[in-house]
Design a protein around this ligand. Structure first.
Ligand SMILES: Nc1nc2c(ncn2[C@@H]2O[C@H](COP(=O)(O)OP(=O)(O)OP(=O)(O)O)[C@@H](O)[C@H]2O)c(=O)[nH]1
Ligand SMILES: [Mg+2]
Length: 217
């Protein structure tokens, strides 16, 4: 059997589930919202971030991972998250919710400002262990996603594609989108060679993603 490049990440075994459980407890807390690079907390511990187009489901995914519905503010309005929001895991590591890129329901000047911040953050954060790049399972990789992926290539930040809203798709259509995502990822040297399929709504892929995060140091 030939292995396709960029297979789906495997379900975690019991040991990694247990390690992840210790990291994702009710002690997870919001640390701060940052609007400029000089407001970032010191880069003295590992962190992972969630990037993606506006409305792709970044904040919802953080809520699903932490099991706390209202922790990160999610909404149907693209452009909800306008700051870089830091959350602290049980061992002190950071989870970072980013503003979206692409269309946003906010004034152009404001959008420009947070997009610049986002790009500066993604290209200059020494403690960033992995960027999860979220892709809406209904739409696949768009050109704005490719721009961000290229920026991550240039900055040598490993990124991993996470498909979101899988609950909205039929299995056959998911396979088609997965194929498109694989083809796009294969052009990016910084792409981690596994994809995670998620639904924050139904919980698919959440244990897998927790275990991936717990396994990074
Ligand atoms: N059906 C379904 N809806 C989802 C899922 N994840 C997010 N949504 C919905 O998608 C919309 C956007 O979610 P957010 O989490 O706010 O998206 P975001 O990427 O943080 O958006 P910005 O902060 O605006 O960039 C909300 O209405 C969510 O309820 C999912 O897995 N399944
Ligand atoms: Mg958000």
């Amino acid at each position: 059997m030939t292995t396709l490049p960029f297979p789906l990440a495997e379900e975690p075994d019991d040991a990694s589930r247990e390690a992840a459980r210790k990291l994702f407890t009710s002690e997870i807390d919001f640390l701060k919202g940052v609007v400029a690079m000089d407001g970032l907390p010191p880069d003295d511990r590992p962190e992972v971030c969630f990037a993606g187009r506006s409305n792709v489901g970044k904040s919802s995914l953080i809520n699903a991972l932490t099991g706390r519905k209202g922790l990160a503010r999610a909404s149907n309005t693209p452009g909800r998250t306008q700051e870089i929001n830091f959350f602290t895991l049980t061992d002190g590591r950071y989870l970072v919710d980013l503003p979206g890129y692409g269309f946003a329901n906010a004034p152009v000047a404001v959008v420009q400002k947070w997009q610049n911040l986002l790009k500066q953050y993604l290209s200059g954060r020494a403690s960033l262990r992995r960027a999860f790049v979220l892709i809406d399972a209904r739409h696949g990789v768009k050109s704005v996603d490719e721009e961000i992926m290229s920026l991550l290539d240039r900055s040598a930040v490993t990124f991993q594609a996470v498909l979101t809203k899988a609950d909205k798709m039929k299995a056959k259509d998911l396979e088609r989108i997965q194929a498109q995502v694989r083809e796009k990822l294969s052009k990016h040297p910084a792409a981690y060679p596994e994809i995670v399929m998620t639904s924050s709504e139904k919980g698919d892929g959440i244990a897998t993603l927790r275990a991936i995060i717990a396994g990074l140091d």
